[in-house]
Design a protein around this ligand. Structure first.
Ligand code: CAA
Length: 384
């Protein structure tokens, strides 16, 4: 067993760190305040090859491993989780899904530009549309219908809380074709945003990750060619579950980054701020908080890396990705609250960044499967 990163991993980590500090930090407070999508930063990520990190170079990707992805996600999330969620959805839900289960034509037409993050010099990314007004955790209860019309599907329904909702050009839409078959009657369809009948509706006004564009998307009589179905008829729910298992490594790494970003700020602050005649880091009350933060973050990091390593080595990572996500997201929530506390009054104002990290942490316990859903997955896995 080795607990050391390779030269290549260290280079990727440094590239992500430099990108986050130089390109994401300036303007992060303003983007959060005004809910502005980080388009410029995502275009730069595309140039770095980070929008299709694990995609085969044959299809426009960078051919990196999942460990590299975890390292990059952590570094970028330390500074701006709105940038990293866009990157995560594109990499692990859209690119991974198309690379693993898409047809050759789908890979040529959609995966290649999505992995590059650009088409004809313009932003070109994807979104994953599973959640609905009444199908969040209970993901098999899809109300969006993909009626089989012979050579096409007629798509009708509404999807909620869609990351990259307005910035994506391509949607992977999970929809019910045959309700009598339950989870086996669900399909995943590739839908282009500019097709007739697709409406990008309300943008959510959110607590955190405010730079990320989260929308409701509506479909009215959208004709989707059969060639745009991913996998066999009825494969859609399995597709969603398998794809989300990898997505959860991405969100776990995002949570890890949010936690370590807040911890680094708290550590730095506690070594400069003085109270009762010494740096507050010298007071045991603060030292114990820092010690607990560092320990929990290290445990979260090891869980993320283990899940990534399993994925890279062809081992079933469903259990480890859920463990990583539930632990890292709960760590992020706890650490960021404590980081605000260490900062005292300064922690409550925007310029010190920790209040934003605390708001951003909350969503990691909710999206791509709530902490409760992760416990269902873990429970079923250890009891089977
Ligand atoms: N891999 C392969 N197949 C799987 C699977 C997996 N990981 N998990 C379940 N399945 C299969 C089951 O074997 C079963 O198949 P059969 O009927 O053939 O036996 C079928 O799928 C149905 O599974 P369950 O009976 O376990 O389904 P369930 O109704 O009990 O739900 C659940 C299970 C784990 C709660 C699931 O619904 C779930 O994960 N819910 C959360 C959904 C979620 O993560 N949403 C996030 C939205 S996306 C997002 O947030 C993106 C973003 O923008 C950031």
């Amino acid at each position: 067993m080795q607990f050391q990163l390779s030269e290549e991993h260290l280079m990727i980590q440094k590239a992500a760190h430099d990108f986050a500090v130089n390109e994401c930090l300036p303007g992060v407070i303003d983007r959060d305040e005004h809910q502005r999508f980080p388009r410029e930063q995502i275009m730069q990520l595309a140039d770095l090859g980070f929008m299709g990190m694990m995609v085969n170079p044959e299809y426009g990707g960078s051919g990196m491993d999942t460990v590299s992805y975890v390292l990059a996600m952590e570094e970028i999330s330390k500074i701006d989780a709105s940038v990293s969620v866009c990157m995560s959805v594109n990499n692990s839900l859209v690119c991974y899904g198309l690379q693993s289960y898409g047809s050759e034509e789908q890979k040529q037409q959609y995966l290649t530009p999505i992995a590059q993050g650009k088409k004809d010099g313009e932003l070109y990314i994807g979104a994953f549309l599973l959640s609905e007004p009444e199908a969040g955790s209970d993901a098999t209860s899809q109300q969006t219908k993909a009626e089989d019309m012979g050579d096409y599907y007629l798509l009708n329904g509404t999807k909620n809380w869609i990351t990259n909702g307005s910035s994506a050009s391509v949607y992977l839409v999970i929809a019910q074709t045959d309700a009598s078959k339950g989870s086996r009657g669900i399909n995943c369809l590739i839908v282009e945003k500019n097709w007739p009948g697709v409406t990008v509706a309300a943008k959510e006004n959110k607590l955190g990750i405010r730079g990320s564009d989260t929308h409701t998307i509506m479909f009215t009589d959208v004709k989707v060619p059969k060639a745009n179905r991913v996998g066999e008829d009825g494969f859609g729910f399995t597709f969603a579950m398998k794809t989300l298992a990898g997505g959860r490594i991405g969100i776990a790494s995002q949570a890890l980054g949010i936690a370590s970003g807040a911890y680094e700020l708290a550590l730095k602050y506690s070594k400069t701020r003085k109270a009762f005649g010494k740096e507050i880091a010298q007071h045991q009350a603060i030292q114990f908080k820092l010690a607990d933060m560092a320990t929990r973050i290290e445990a979260a990091r090891l869980l993320c890396l283990k899940a990534a390593w399993e994925k890279d080595n062809g081992i079933d990572y469903t259990l480890s990705s859920s463990m990583a996500k539930v632990f890292a997201s709960e760590t992020a929530m706890w650490v960021t609250v404590e980081a605000v506390q260490v900062h005292g009054g300064y922690g409550f104002v925007k310029e010190y960044h920790v209040e934003r990290l605390m708001r951003d942490a909350k969503i990691t316990q909710i999206y791509e499967g709530t902490s409760e859903v992760q416990r269902i997955v873990i429970g079923r896995s250890i009891l089977k």
